[in-house]
Design a protein around this ligand. Structure first.
Ligand code: NAI
Length: 341
């Protein structure tokens, strides 16, 4: 079987880590034909009129699966996030970010294995901001019962499917009684009605952060709204060695975009030293997603071969600079390729 997927390299380190990842997939004979598309500043630089060209959205709609590098968003002004726009336009409402300890990457805890599930379409990321009068601005946090129920259902389905034992909801419903209040009520409702055998807890997010850094091993699936999910994903990345190690998927009913949790890392872009692993891990998630969709056992085996190869590379001490090593992006990719079984 042969499959087509859209490749959006993105900005900053995006093209570098995308190139390394594609070289690993090619060496593993992953049966993927890439449809190359642009988004972000890279699109404007290539002469496109829009940060998110209609052709890119149409290609993802058509091929249903994309691997995407990070896109830059300016701070405190300028254009709105292309990443957020993509998720909303394609209704990719569920972000899944698996965080696990890796042999060869020593951290305070060596058995972290949790998954952040983030609602991707609402919350403060709805982008409704107004200057009411000079010096007074508002940001509107949007929560709909429909989206809260949908992401709760998604998180519990995910937990059940992966044999995960517990879902912890992080919230601030003591302060945001209506929005976060609805989020936890919906999660509770879905749990009680459909997934009573999965353990369930609700934690106020500030205390949850303390517990996460004290002992992340007590957590399994974490469910939260958009902004909290964004912040907690990076916190969790820090628990297992950094942003170079955490992949992600943005999933909807009609399309899926796989991308690392990290951004375009302008501080190291163009130097060939970025860690490509988070995007490679995202590509492995993509292969498993396609394999599951098509019942393709051989493709699932290819995904496992790549995962085993990068696990071995790390175990053997092959590391990029962010992990204390000296390898360049392409040298790390070569080290993975050399270990493909
Ligand atoms: P960032 O994740 O790009 O970088 C944070 C720090 O981690 C930097 O020191 C960077 O060098 C390091 N880092 C990140 N990925 C790395 C990798 N693969 N290998 C080695 N080191 C790595 O976050 P930052 O600086 O807050 O954002 C930079 C830009 O990226 C912003 O424009 C932001 O909006 C955008 N961004 C895009 C995302 C996306 O496309 N999904 C997600 C997060 C941020």
């Amino acid at each position: 079987m042969k499959y087509t997927a859209v490749l959006v390299p993105g900005d900053g380190i995006g093209p570098e880590v995308a190139h390394a990842t594609c070289s690993i997939l090619k060496a593993a004979n992953a049966p993927i034909d890439w449809v190359h598309c642009l988004a972000g500043v890279a699109a404007l630089d290539a002469g496109e009129k829009e940060l998110l060209p209609a052709a890119t959205v149409a290609a993802i709609r058509e091929h249903k699966v994309a691997l995407k590098g990070p896109c830059t968003t300016p701070v405190g002004g300028g254009f709105s996030s292309v990443n957020v726009a993509m998720r909303k336009t394609l209704d990719l409402y569920g972000a899944v970010r698996p965080v696990r300890s890796l042999v060869g990457v020593p951290t305070r805890f060596d058995n972290v294995d949790l998954v952040v599930v983030r609602e991707n379409t609402e919350g403060l990321y709805a982008g409704i901001e107004n200057e009411i009068t000079k010096g007074v601005v508002t940001s509107v946090k949007v929560a709909t019962r429909e989206a809260c129920l949908r992401i709760a259902e998604f998180a519990f389905q995910y937990a059940a499917h992966r044999n995960r034992k517990k879902v912890s909801v992080f919230h601030k419903a003591n302060i945001m009684k209506l929005s976060d209040g609805m989020f936890i009520r919906c999660a509770r409702e879905v749990h009680d009605a459909k997934f009573p055998n999965i353990a369930y807890e609700e934690l106020i997010i500030d205390a949850a952060c303390m517990r996460l850094v004290q002992d992340p091993t007590r957590f399994d699936v974490l469910l939260m709204e958009n902004l909290y999910g964004d912040v907690i994903s990076d916190l969790c990345a820090g628990l297992v060695g950094g942003l170079g190690l955490v992949p992600g998927a943005n999933l909807g009913e009609h399309a899926a975009i796989f991308e690392a949790v990290h951004g375009s890392a302008p501080d190291i872009a163009g130097q060939g030293i970025a860690n490509p692993l988070a995007l490679t891990m995202s590509a492995v998630m993509m292969l498993n997603y396609i394999a599951e969709m098509h019942g393709d056992g051989a493709l699932a085996a290819t995904a496992t071969r790549i995962r085993t190869a990068y696990d071995l590379a790390l175990r053997d001490g092959c590391k990029t600079r962010d992990l204390g090593g000296t390898l360049t992006t392409s040298q790390f990719a070569d080290a993975v390729i050399a270990r493909l079984g």
